[in-house]
Write a protein of this length. Structure first.
Length: 551
């Protein structure tokens, strides 16, 4: 029976690998597929440079630590790899993510195949690739300093990589489960806010420890934290190698055994979640709403000055966003970025902080970051509509009105975040000058319409079906993300030059005047592209239907 199961699993893996390969080859027949490949190569090249550069630095640091007789410091390197590996998939909203293995549940997969496929898909995540390269860098650094330890270090590093891979998949799986229902989504939102707020304690704590290392109470806390980190996986990985250096074989083996125990615990927790998915668990609120006894007819919203078509799409988009936990968590990041910069770890380097020397630039910087956060929404307007795109083509409504309604949502989100950012800047850095506020708003009058122009074109030419209830499936196409990111960096660069000129002359009204002139160009371009949306949508109808209606 087990032999048959193994053969069955191998056949399913072969079939899925062949399917993925054929999808890849067939995609290259279209211009879109070729551009996607070029974008993936460019992004992959950037990750490769970061991975190899980090691996080289990790290797040098590990070699120096071993040669200096301080192998216990290896735990610092493993902690750094751990934090990057776990935080990057959540924070990288545009350039992370791989295919979602849960879509394979519609096929007759056995559970073992499904579990292994989830792990295999996670192994191709950018964070996994970079984290693995950095871990291998640590291994080669230890092997260079102590060649006899290379086999043992390889075993420890592979186990540490397995732990991180399983933990990343477990975290994403359980977060998606908790965000699937409103009550748990609200609890997760509060916990997320508290976690981000806690980062502000890092900077003051670091400065306090730096000034008071000789105090007995501080030393007592340090003595308490060091043993605690040693019983956690990154500390166990470092300790397993450090104890082998001395050598203390039994202690080293014990640390490795505890690391393996963590792997088993995390693996079992992931197994519980994936088994529930495999058995058909569906925690979506859609089913509950379909069974609602309240069948009272509710009239749609009314927005003065806009047609009923624009208002209807506007209301639909608002309801989509309010049900998306991952998107809502992403949209609150600008405010917490200000908190972290002001009070967090970056504040430990006050003398090198840009905003410390130029606090008047805090609000323009927050406005630019707010615009950057909207990348996923702006460059993939129809992603959340999925198969609903068919109703747009069937309904007696112009695509110009549909796009306008979606852009109004983006503009509304931008204005709401700007208001909160202005209040946060006023509290953290002082009330922004009136001229600076006006200049920043005028800058957005130039940048936002241009951003919408690019996003509207990318939404038509490079659509991608997304699921805003999942962290894995909120990313646009790689081509859209790359082009949009480059365009936004260009606009931010133009804004930085304009503000630099205004600071040089000591008058921010100069920046406001320049931005108003530039906004005339961006609004003209936006109007021209908006008027072309109907023709473009009809030209790209097959592409939109094929990409958004796929299973």
């Amino acid at each position: 029976m087990s032999e048959f199961s193994a053969v069955h699993t191998r056949d399913q893996f072969t079939a899925i690998a062949g399917l993925r390969w054929r999808l890849f080859v067939n995609a290259l027949r279209s211009t879109r597929g070729k551009l996607e490949l070029l974008s993936q190569i460019a992004i992959g090249f950037a990750f490769t440079i970061g991975g190899l550069g980090g691996a080289f630095g990790m290797g040098i640091a590990a070699s120096i630590m071993i040669s200096a007789g301080k192998p216990e410091l290896l735990a610092l390197l493993f902690w750094f790899v751990f934090f990057f590996w776990q935080l990057f998939p959540v924070m990288a909203t545009a350039f992370g993510g791989t295919a979602d293995a849960s879509t394979l549940l519609r096929f007759p997969l056995i559970y073992r195949s499904y579990f292994l496929l989830r792990i295999a898909f996670g192994a191709f995540d950018p964070a996994t690739a970079v984290g693995t390269l950095w871990s291998l860098g640590i291994m080669f650094g230890v092997g260079f300093a102590r060649p006899p330890l290379l086999p043992w270090t390889l075993l420890v590093v592979l186990s540490f990589a397995a732990f991180n891979l399983l933990l990343m998949q477990m975290i994403l799986a359980w977060i998606e489960r908790w965000l699937a229902q409103r009550r748990t989504r609200e609890i997760m939102g509060v916990l997320f806010v508290l976690l981000l707020l806690s980062f502000q304690l890092i900077g003051p704590l670091a400065r306090y420890l730096g000034r008071s290392t000789s105090r007995p109470d501080v030393q007592r806390y340090v003595d308490l934290l060091v043993p605690v980190q040693r019983i956690l996986p990154p500390g166990l990985a470092g300790d397993a190698i450090a104890q082998a250096v001395y050598p203390r074989v039994m202690v080293s083996v014990t640390s490795f055994a505890l690391l393996c125990a963590f792997i088993l615990i995390i693996g079992y927790s992931l197994h519980v979640r994936l088994l529930a998915q495999y058995r058909g668990e569906n925690l979506s609120e859609v089913a509950a709403s379909a069974l609602s006894k309240d069948r009272t007819l509710r009239l749609g919203w009314k927005i003065p000055g806009f047609s009923t078509s624009v208002t209807a799409v506007f209301e639909k988009e608002i309801r989509y966003l309010l049900r998306s936990g991952p998107v809502l968590l992403t949209l609150i990041m600008p405010m917490f970025a200000l908190l972290v910069i002001r009070f967090g770890a970056m504040n430990a380097f006050q003398h090198s902080s840009f905003l410390t020397h130029a606090p008047d630039m805090a609000f323009p910087a927050a406005a630019a970051y707010t615009l950057l956060i909207l990348t996923n929404l702006v460059c993939n307007n129809f992603g959340a509509d999925a198969a609903g795109i068919q109703f747009f083509f069937a309904a007696p409504v112009r695509f110009r009105e549909i796009i306008l309604a979606k852009n109004l949502i983006h503009a509304g989100i931008l204005l709401a975040e700007l208001l909160v950012a202005w209040i946060a800047v006023s509290v953290l850095y002082g009330l922004p000058e009136f001229s600076v506020t006006i200049a920043a708003l005028c800058g957005l009058l130039f940048a936002a319409p241009m951003n919408f122009c690019v996003g509207n074109l990318l939404s038509i030419h490079f659509p991608k079906k997304v699921d805003y209830s999942s962290f894995r499936n909120t990313k646009p196409s790689q081509t859209s993300a790359l082009i949009s990111f480059v365009i936004q960096l260009f606009m931010i660069g133009v804004g930085a030059i304009v503000f630099w000129i205004a600071r040089l002359y000591g008058n921010y009204w100069i920046a406001a005047a320049i931005f108003v002139a530039l906004s005339g160009i961006s609004f003209t371009a936006y109007g021209m592209i908006l008027n072309r949306m109907d023709a473009l949508a009809m030209e790209r109808q097959e592409t939109l239907m094929a990409e958004l209606c796929r299973a």
